[in-house]
Design a protein around this ligand. Structure first.
Ligand SMILES: C[S@@+](CC[C@H](N)C(=O)[O-])C[C@H]1O[C@@H](n2cnc3c(N)ncnc32)[C@H](O)[C@@H]1O
Length: 229
């Protein structure tokens, strides 16, 4: 797997998987996409002040960083678990420009802590955000039922890893969400929506970030509500 650091249209870095011709973020803007899909349509939809998030695909740690900074800004209390099968090297992390791209005085501090913290251990990143990075293939991970309020689902695209967008994987995530929990993802193809519905989710299509037409927010609703809706 050959990885190359690239700069996206909003000036923020991302990674290109050269063999697959697939990027970690939208080439129209990595920070812009993460803010739209995961913060605006995910984090900001949770009405609690204290909640838990599961991220599938930790990657560069960009979603984690933006969420940690937002938690402190809004004085929330967030417990965040991030799963990654193929962690970046220290050399690759050093080349990412998020701490300087983000207009936030705490970005360097949080970015450094996020990447220096050990895997498999829950650690505070700031006074409002704790992180556990889990090194595992998502398919092999056991998740506790009803543990998360919000899931950021950020796998590579369906053409590259359809097995991660399957009904089986969505059932696993549905079960790990608390009642009324939500899952957000940048993708929006028919097969994905179908597999989410088969897993029990109510699927909502939303406007995507610049350069992408649509994205998905999926809701864990009770079976009775689903049958009556
Ligand atoms: C689209 S990128 C995610 C970008 C990331 N959220 C970020 O902010 O940089 C997909 C990520 O999922 C990871 N991944 C791919 N297949 C996986 C698997 N089966 N289990 C766990 N992680 C996987 C990749 O290594 C990559 O980091």
């Amino acid at each position: 797997m050959k990885r190359k650091i690239i700069i996206t249209s909003d000036g923020s870095s991302s990674i290109l998987m050269e063999d697959m011709d697939e990027t970690y973020h939208s080439v129209h803007g990595a920070v812009q996409e993460a803010n739209h899909v995961y913060l605006k349509e995910g984090l900001h939809q949770i009405s609690k002040r204290q909640f838990s998030i599961l991220e599938m695909g930790f990657g560069t740690g960009l979603n984690t960083l933006l969420t940690a900074l937002e938690a402190e800004k809004l004085q929330l209390s967030i417990q965040y678990h991030a799963v990654e099968g193929f962690p970046l090297t220290a050399e690759e992390i050093q080349l990412l420009n998020y701490p300087v791209q983000l207009d936030d005085p705490n970005a360097i501090r949080d970015f450094t802590r996020i990447h220096q913290t050990d895997w498999e251990v829950e650690m505070p990143i700031n006074s409002c955000f704790s992180l556990k990075k889990v090194r595992s293939l998502f398919e092999e991970l056991q998740l506790l039922p009803q543990s998360y309020d919000l899931i950021y689902f950020d796998a590579f695209g369906y053409p590259y890893q359809p097995e991660l967008w399957s009904e089986e994987i969505f059932i696993k995530m549905y079960e790990s969400l608390k009642p009324n929990g939500i899952l957000v993802t940048y993708a929006c193809r028919g097969a994905i929506k179908q597999n989410m519905r088969a897993a029990g989710f109510k699927v909502e299509r939303l406007a995507g970030p610049p350069g992408k037409r649509q994205m998905i927010r999926a809701h864990k609703i009770s079976k009775e509500t689903a049958l009556n809706s």
